[in-house]
Design a protein around this ligand. Structure first.
Ligand SMILES: [Cu+2]
Length: 70
């Protein structure tokens, strides 16, 4: 599966990491999500497209920043 990388602001602790992970896995139960809290970077190996993953994260209350790599 493709890996999406997203820069996310507003994540401050392990609870945020779990919230973002669960938000993505609610839409794709097989998604593998890695969060680098220090960098605010979310890597998701998922069948979701970028728009779907971004929506999931934003509905969980976090902001996805525009990424230079897009
Ligand atoms: Cu938190």
């Amino acid at each position: 599966m493709p890996v999406l990388e997203m820069k996310v602001s507003g994540m401050t602790c392990d609870h945020c990491v779990r919230s973002v992970t669960k938000a993505i896995q609610a839409r794709d139960p097989h998604a593998r999500v890695k969060v680098d809290l220090a960098e605010g970077l979310v890597s998701a190996e998922t069948a979701l497209d970028r728009a779907g993953a971004v929506r999931a994260i934003e509905e969980a209350g976090y902001k996805v920043l525009p990424c230079a790599r897009d």
